[in-house]
Write a protein that binds this ligand. Structure first.
Ligand code: ADP
Ligand code: MG
Length: 231
């Protein structure tokens, strides 16, 4: 089933006299539950594309349809709410709130969603267990390793029950052992929950774990292949 549809996405930035075309003619369909990597050299448009899909940045041209809703046509207030329920985000820097425990960090998005305290706690504990942090839920981010913090970020994204998780170079600050461990967790949860993931990377070992590889160059999709994971 189609989850995400990008139609003719373009994004340009004006810098004084010059216009930088960060994205051009991007058409893309992502199905429910897909586990896809967005790859390409630095400056190819990966972050811009993820930000456009995430509603964090408006495209200059084209439409972003998620679950049939045209996100580009939503007013800002509706867009924020739509994002809160439909999308999960995992960033390169772990982006956890430093004064909150792992458990509280995972609960935070669900507070914004208006979920009941009991349900929040249950879901937060459940997802932290799924990412292998059962003994560490009360630790603050500073008392966790980078790999553990990123697993909290994955638990936080999934606990909110999104249809699609967007992850911009989620392993960029991890060593390769932690990077592949994180990807294996993301992959397993993607299957178990039926949640689609779209993550950018230029790490080959991370790319190898994807079921689909979408290559960007100079803001355009140059190839898009379904692959056997571990190929
Ligand atoms: P990637 O994530 O693949 O490294 P980006 O999406 O960050 O690529 O950048 C794509 C292009 O858009 C680059 O040429 C970059 O310099 C440009 N760009 C990105 N964001 C901005 C911005 N806010 N203002 C001007 N140019 C930008
Ligand atoms: Mg980037």
């Amino acid at each position: 089933m189609t989850l995400l549809r990008l139609e003719g996405i373009g994004k340009s930035y004006r810098q004084g006299e010059v216009t930088i075309e960060a994205l051009a003619d991007v058409d893309l369909v992502v199905e429910t539950g897909e586990f896809a990597a967005l790859v390409g050299p630095s400056g190819s448009g990966k972050t811009t594309l993820l930000n456009v899909i995430g509603g964090l940045d408006a495209p200059s041209t084209g439409r972003v349809l998620l679950d049939g809703t045209d996100m580009t046509a939503l007013p800002e207030s509706r867009l924020a709410e739509f994002r809160l329920f439909e999308l999960g985000f995992v960033f390169q820097a772990y982006n956890l709130v430093p004064v909150l425990s792992a458990l509280e960090n995972v609960e935070l998005v669900m507070v914004l969603q208006g979920r009941h305290a009991t349900e929040r706690r249950e879901r937060a504990e459940h997802y932290l267990e799924l990412v292998g942090l059962e003994g560490m839920m009360h630790r603050r981010p500073a008392a966790l390793s980078g790999g553990q913090q990123q697993r909290v970020a994955v638990a936080r994204a999934l606990a909110a029950g999104p249809r699609l998780v967007l992850a911009d170079e989620p392993t960029a600050n991890l060593d390769s052992e932690n990077a592949t461990a994180l990807l294996d967790i993301m992959h397993r949860l993607s299957h178990e929950e039926g949640t689609a993931f779209l993550f950018s990377t230029h790490d080959v070992r991370v790319m190898e774990r994807a079921e689909r590889i979408i290559r960007l160059r100079d803001g355009r999709i140059v190839s898009d292949d379904r692959v056997e994971p571990g190929h």
